[in-house]
Design a protein around this ligand. Structure first.
Ligand SMILES: [Zn+2]
Ligand SMILES: [Zn+2]
Length: 284
């Protein structure tokens, strides 16, 4: 696994790469705009150039983008759905401008309609975005913790969305460990990790997992509560993460921390990244 973290773009997109280097990241995740805002301006060519240059100068580590949380592909309200579609298109375009190859999105919430309707609406939105261009990033559907009427807490649902888009070659998955655990996929030791990966493989195809979010879970198995904890300090624990980071099937994909970083002067994500690299041990 290429171990990295979600880093801030404050001060410019290229600043996220400097932060990743300081934290000893082998992969990087960013937001391409403020995650709580509907309208974000396009990427200026000079900003894209600076991003490219700094990335190249630092070994071209893989970069993934995470879409804004406001976007609700599964939502039933027609106005909000169109607003979401517009914002998602803009996300897609910003990734294209920055040369980012993978864009992660949560399938969203069906808001007391039905999972089936939510799945259909989510697929429609992804299809609409992909139909407009033959280039651009892969879309990675992220599994969720399954609280309220969120869809995508099982890989069966994510696979159903992917299938319905009619663009399966451009739609893949992001596997969030804390969300999976909250949704009932056990990851606490090597055997449980093996069993869970086998299950995901049968539900959605493990080869379609293109990014892992490495988050420990503050809450218990099956709680449906999305609360990230630092690696080894939560309910999954270090045995589970040790098994995960050693998986051959994940050897070339980003494993991104989205846990609480330490303050700037204390190395931010560096201690957790070193810890995970240590768990990966002899495999690197
Ligand atoms: Zn996410
Ligand atoms: Zn989460």
């Amino acid at each position: 696994m290429l171990i990295g973290a979600h880093e801030s773009i404050a001060g410019g997109f290229h600043r996220s790469i400097h932060r990743a280097v300081e934290d000893e990241c082998e992969a990087l995740q960013i937001f391409t705009g403020p995650p709580g805002r509907w309208e974000v301006p396009p990427v200026r060519p000079a900003a894209a150039r600076a991003f490219h240059q700094v990335l190249k100068a630092n070994g071209s580590i893989p970069v993934v983008a995470h879409a804004a949380y406001l976007i609700n592909p599964a939502g039933p309200d027609p106005d909000l759905w169109v607003r979401s579609l517009t914002a998602f298109r803009d996300e897609y375009d910003r990734c294209s401008a920055l040369g980012i190859g993978r864009l992660i999105i949560h399938p969203g919430s069906h808001r007391q309609t039905s999972a089936q309707d939510g799945i259909r609406r989510a697929a429609e939105m992804i299809q609409a975005v992909l139909e407009e261009s033959t280039m651009g990033p892969e879309i990675l559907l992220e599994n969720t913790a399954g609280s309220g009427s969120a869809i995508g807490s099982s890989f069966v649902e994510l696979a159903a969305i992917r299938e319905l888009t009619g663009q399966a070659d451009r739609v893949k998955f992001c596997f969030d460990t804390a969300h999976a655990f909250a949704a009932g996929y056990d990851l606490r030791d090597r055997k449980k990790v093996q069993a869970t990966l086998k299950r995901i493989d049968s539900e959605a195809g493990l080869e379609n997992v293109r990014c892992v979010h490495l988050n420990d879970s503050a809450r218990e198995l099956g709680s449906c509560v999305d609360r990230h904890e630092r690696i080894g300090e939560g309910q999954i624990g270090k045995k589970g993460f040790g098994a995960l980071v050693k998986q051959d099937v994940f050897s070339e994909i980003p494993g991104i921390l989205e846990t609480q970083p330490l303050p700037d002067g204390q190395g931010r994500y560096r201690p957790q990244i070193r810890f995970l690299k240590g768990l990966a041990g002899g495999r690197r």
